[in-house]
Ligand binder design. Structure first.
Ligand code: MG
Ligand code: MG
Length: 608
């Protein structure tokens, strides 16, 4: 189906909005009146600009407070409408949105509303225009789609139909099943928006919290199925406004918007992009840094060993068990000190995984590779982190490890300080990665990881940070071998709330913490108050809590099991965590995150 987006959904000037919509691949736009009024372009110039960009103007919106008003008021409204119809002719669009009246002058009289809309449609028809009547959820007398349709039906004019808006319908808890009773040709337009489930005034909810389909809690897909069953053939159009999009760049927002519509069509059975290929594990995490010194000591203290070096690039492979960390000192790729720049995901079908990502508008990364490198498919996530789809050591598939000849004398778990360690407390694999998202891209990132990568979202949690609030949402694969905690925090890019981390799994965190400290590693100091509280909340074996206190180990428990973990100091934008999950614990120690954040803030220069 054709896709469209309301200009009110994007930030910037009208020209910027049109360009962003076209670049993201939309077929058309709804022009919001205020965008036109604020534009220096004439309606003819806007028409030419949209045509040059390959866009159609699918709707002009909105016209308000037209119907069921006193006679003098209505005559004034008709004159105002005729002016708009002429403007629409210049703009090259033939459908106008009329919202149900919120005017205090409007009366509760369906027959009068139908008569007025009939006369409006009569005038519209003379100008070659159609009127799409929409029930606002907060309309004075008409606030449901069924009611709006009854009035449209009673008016009985060919130039009058209805406009359905998923937000107005679902926010009021209306059953969308009744849409199938409306003849498809009388549904002149369909506007789509989702919203997180919140208990608040519906007008405020609509104005500030709408989001793209799939990013909230409304069943937009179900509604679209009913609209399709009714026989609607017009565009799927996004009308989404919220406080975040108003401030975010139009380009990425438009891509996020279009991806959400593609996924909606997939869910509704209207389109079939390549199927998702769920990753089965982490192949590697890649850190970039101008200077590998500090991170090398940290990795060494954590028991990883430098085992291999890329044959042609300044990249070293550090490894213990299945935990593989690449450290790149490529001067082009390090921007802000040590950063988590890429991750490799084990994929049963790397080519298929990349094809899905590409079809859902993930930027495909150029392969700046030496002729002998394994061809790895990679895309950029919304936060710019590069995602490689890998088949590590699997016969018949390109193997990135072949580009890393082993360093002499180094094998798994050997070399660089890890050689003399026994396996108790050894790092086994990457448990999770925590990726901090730009504040305006949180919902986009969650949608990307869920739908493009095929991961499952978990509950969103809010964590108190001494200098703000950290929101976090984890996505995982089915067996928990891939866990990514997406977070947003306020504050500057180098602040604790914005740091990324790599969590390494062990089956003996106490031994791991001792080994780490014996090897010169410094754990993040945890305040004594934390341990006093811990002893009050949980019952421990004699000496257990004292061990945690001594080693800086934090503790959590859920209905499945326990979680024990410690953190390293932060280098650049990255720190490490070593975790032990027992009994099927599913979380990430969210209980302890405020303590961790406060401790990290306290270590920053100038804070105490
Ligand atoms: Mg609407
Ligand atoms: Mg963590």
């Amino acid at each position: 189906m054709r896709t469209s987006i309301a200009t009110v959904s994007l930030s910037g000037s009208l020209t910027e909005k049109l360009t962003a919509a076209a670049s993201a691949g939309f077929d058309g736009v709804e022009i919001f009146e205020n965008d036109l009024l604020a534009s220096p372009l004439t309606p003819e110039e806007i028409r030419a600009r949209t045509a040059d960009l390959g866009l159609t103007v699918d709707l002009y919106q909105p016209m308000r407070d037209i119907e069921a008003v006193p006679p003098k008021e209505f005559e004034r409204n008709l004159r105002r409408a005729e002016h708009k119809f002429r403007l629409m002719n210049r703009l090259g669009t033939d459908t106008v949105l009329v919202c149900s009246s919120v005017s205090p002058l409007a009366v509760d009289d369906d027959a009068l509303a139908a008569e007025h809309l009939h006369r409006l449609a009569e005038s519209a028809q003379e100008h070659g225009v159609r009127v799409a009547y929409e029930a606002l959820a907060w309309g004075r007398h008409v606030s449901t789609y069924e009611h709006a349709w009854r009035i449209v039906e009673a008016a009985g004019h060919p130039a009058l139909g209805t406009c359905l808006d998923s937000f107005h319908i679902l926010a009021r808890g209306c059953d969308p099943k009744g849409i199938e009773a409306i003849p498809g040709e009388k549904i002149f337009f369909l506007q789509l928006a989702d919203a997180p489930l919140m208990a608040m005034d519906v007008l405020q909810w609509s104005r500030h919290y709408r989001c793209f389909p799939g990013q909230g809690g409304l069943d937009v897909t179900g509604l679209v199925r009913h609209v399709i069953n009714a026989g609607y053939t017009g565009p799927l159009s996004l009308e989404v406004f919220n406080d975040v999009f108003r401030q975010a760049d139009a380009g990425p927002t438009a891509v996020d918007a279009r991806r959400s519509l593609m996924l909606l069509q997939e869910a509704a059975g209207i389109a079939a992009p390549p199927a998702p290929v769920q990753p089965t594990g982490f192949a590697f995490a890649e850190l970039t840094t101008p200077d590998a010194g500090a991170v090398s000591s940290l990795l060494g203290a954590l028991g990883l060993a430098r085992t291999a070096r890329h044959r042609s690039k300044p990249v070293e492979l550090w490894q213990r068990g299945d935990a593989r960390i690449l450290v790149t000192t490529d001067p082009v790729r390090h921007r802000d000190g040590l950063a988590l720049a890429a991750l490799g995901l084990e994929s049963p079908d790397p080519v298929g995984a990349a094809a899905r990502a590409e079809s859902l508008l993930a930027p495909v990364l150029p392969r700046h590779r030496a002729p002998q490198d394994a061809p790895l498919d990679a895309v950029a996530a919304p936060d710019g982190v590069e995602i490689f789809f890998c088949a590590t050591d699997r016969a018949g598939l390109p193997n990135w490890r072949e580009d890393f000849p082993p360093l002499t004398g180094a094998g798994d778990g050997a070399g660089d300080g890890a050689a003399d360690r026994d396996s108790r407390g050894a790092v086994l694999r990457i448990d999770h990665l925590a990726l901090t998202q730009p504040w305006h891209q949180f919902d986009e990132a969650a949608l990307f990881h869920r739908t493009v990568l095929g991961l499952r979202p978990q509950e969103s949690v809010d964590v108190a940070d001494p200098y703000g609030l950290l929101r976090s949402r984890a996505v995982t694969n089915d067996d928990g071998r891939v866990r990514i905690a997406l977070g947003i925090g306020a504050g500057p890019a180098d602040d604790a709330g914005r740091a990324q981390h790599i969590a390494l799994a062990t089956d003996d965190v106490v031994a791991a913490a001792r080994d780490f400290q014996d090897a010169g590693g410094r754990p993040l100091p945890v305040p004594p108050n934390y341990y006093d509280d811990l002893a009050a909340r949980f019952e421990f074996a004699p000496g257990e809590a004292e061990t945690y206190r001594e080693l800086g180990i934090l503790y959590d428990r859920d209905e499945h099991g326990t979680f024990r973990h410690f953190y390293t100091e932060t280098v650049g934008r990255v720190f490490f965590e070593v975790v032990q999950r027992d009994g099927g614990y599913r979380g990430y120690g969210a209980q302890n995150a405020p303590v961790r954040l406060a401790a990290q803030h306290a270590l920053r220069p100038g804070r105490r």
